[in-house]
Design a protein around this ligand. Sequence first.
Ligand code: HOZ
Length: 432
Amino acid sequence: MNTLKSKQLFEQAQKSIVGGVNSPVRAFKSVGGHPIFMRSAKGAYLYDEDKNRYIDLINSWGPMLLGHANDAVIEAVQAVLKDSFSFGAPTSAEVEIAELIKSMMPNIEMLRMVNSGTEATMAAIRVARGFTKKDKIIKFEGCYHGHADSFLIAAGSGAATMGIPDSQGVTSKTAQDTLTVPYNDLGALEAILITNAGMVAAIILEPVVGNMGCVLPKEGYLQGVRALCDEHNVLLIFDEVMTGFRLAKGGAQALFGVKPDLTTLGKIIGGGLPVGAYGGRTDIMSMVAPLGPVYQAGTLSGNPVAMASGLATLKQIKASTAIIEKANHNAQQIADGMRIINSKLGLNYTINRIGSMFTLFFTDRPVHNFNDAKSSDTKLFAAYFHEMLKRGVYLAPSQYESLFVSMAIQDADIQHILEAHEDSMSLIQDQN
Ligand code: HOZ
């Protein structure tokens, strides 16, 4: 596969963009080689600058559940473009999307639109602190909630991939207010709540983790976290930036039947444009300005073009259960097919899947938390990643990310992915 233009663009990019990329994992640092520069995408496929085609298993890290360049979304965006790109004043589309989100997410009574998942989580903990008048938050090792200071402590995703889970530049005072415990361990959570009694404003977690690879909550775990929050008078924040509108129309909270106090959203909510949101109980959200004393604002929040893209995406998801079902079916076929091939090759690697999210971990160990995920052979993952890329399958360039499957993938694509998997696995096993 010829990727010369990508290589040249990366060399050029490094002269003006930090590391040649605008988000660290994209640099391919942990897998080696150069990133692929994309030019266009349609449905299940990405096309790069050298005109190579890839079946996309990242889907912009989650937003493109419908597949790329969905016709109804394009039409909706084109329709608003002629009316202005931004007003910095309220629009009817913002009211419409707020009502639509409330109708889908079971525990959002009031919400605020922002421009990214990072903004949403950053604001949610500020509100939680303002409401409870407490400073500390608890997050889980390997969970990632965007790049705000309070979350870059034992952080997953790119921070873990780059080996900087505790980023420099975060003051020690900020870090002291973020307590961390292992995911899926109620005992550890209870212990830290007892030690810090009366000081914890909120527990924030990904109800299904996507940022240490895909890690599922153990049976009863989310219910246990909710019960501990109630017992210790702590707010529960579900970061559903990845899982919202994907695992179910109402996200993981609908799927598992657990009620968070606040929810953060991103990715699918913008249909590929930069949108986030946070919301929850009316009494808590009423703390936010202009109603209350917690400040949060944004010039481009509720941007009309982004709202049009989000609305056109969410309306389709709300109207048809077939979308989520098809994406789930695709992911199941791929993950199950990989399991069968692995066992034929005598390999016992862990594959975690739920709905249309999954990760193949290069470890024999069941993966329930970040320590388990870190037992993966990342060198082998890197070799596998490049073999898949050569065969036209675009995976996340890191072991510590979930894959996101779209509804646009068809049976022939699944066949292609599984053949690529078998060839790649056989080859890297022979070489190692
Ligand atoms: N940290 C993001 C995924 N969890 C990566 C986003 C990107 O590089 O585009």
